[in-house]
Design a protein around this ligand. Sequence first.
Ligand code: ATP
Length: 299
Amino acid sequence: MAETAPAPPAADEGLALHGIAVRFGGLVALDDVSLRVPPGQVVGVIGPNGAGKTTLFNVICGFVRPAAGSLTLHGRPLHPRPDRLTRLGIARTLQGVGLFAGLTVAENVMAGATGSARAGFLSALLGLRRSDRDERRLRAEALELLDELGIADHADAPPATLPYGVRKRVALARALAARPRLLLLDEPAGGLGVEEIAELGELVAGLPRRANRQPGTGADDPCSVLLVEHHMDLVMSVCDQIVVLDFGRVVATGTPDQIRDDPAVTEAYLGVDDPSASAEVPPSDEDNRPSDQRSGAAA
Ligand SMILES: Nc1ncnc2c1ncn2[C@@H]1O[C@H](COP(=O)(O)OP(=O)(O)OP(=O)(O)O)[C@@H](O)[C@H]1O
């Protein structure tokens, strides 16, 4: 019997930004930025240094309030606050790793899931049975996640004793422990070697398809991913859609193939209209990006 194709997501499903503007004093960091992250897709945000990527990420996390524009999540107005993201089904990893130094790897991952624990702070404080049950469940789930990410051997280690690449995976496991419907990744490839970036690419590309069982409903919701990243090869290989920012404005949106061929993207990265003139554009001393990232959009 032929399989029925899954219904396409409704137009308002997922995260959407509508005409977002952010100013820092007289500086316009984001100007009329609109984009969508549909369920089950990986959407990348790229752009040269100072383009507004981190500001965009901070708007979605609620660290920065836009001067104009609005956000919606599944068609409803979204007024994000960093401490309420988990409740909205949103998880994030930040630049760097940001793990709790006093906790083991497994405990760090469990901390990411505490929003789904049924027992509250009081019952945990009083050592009640339900809290023990929650604790055992959270630990089992944390170990499963660590296993999925290939780092189960490190479950009882303090994060500080581990290589940077492993710590980044722990941070990803902690974000996934919240069973997000939307995962925000801020420069996950930063500080990783070529091989680690390739492995990360496989992980990120698989995120929308992994089982993401929601507590209560038991339904497997697809997880969408917003990836803010400098590393062009990673973005090109894992994203369904890419949004290119330059000077706070969206200069291109499309599939990796469309972005690769878009002259506006070449211009944003190289500051020239004609890619053939790129060899004459000297890299700036202040631009510390590796050369593959400066020219990657045109590659
Ligand atoms: N808190 C702030 N106060 C003042 N200006 C800011 C602030 N945060 C960012 N900016 C400015 O806003 C612009 C966009 O910065 P943003 O960090 O979002 O860019 P980016 O694309 O993430 O850059 P990078 O790739 O270098 O991290 C830049 O000109 C930056 O100097």
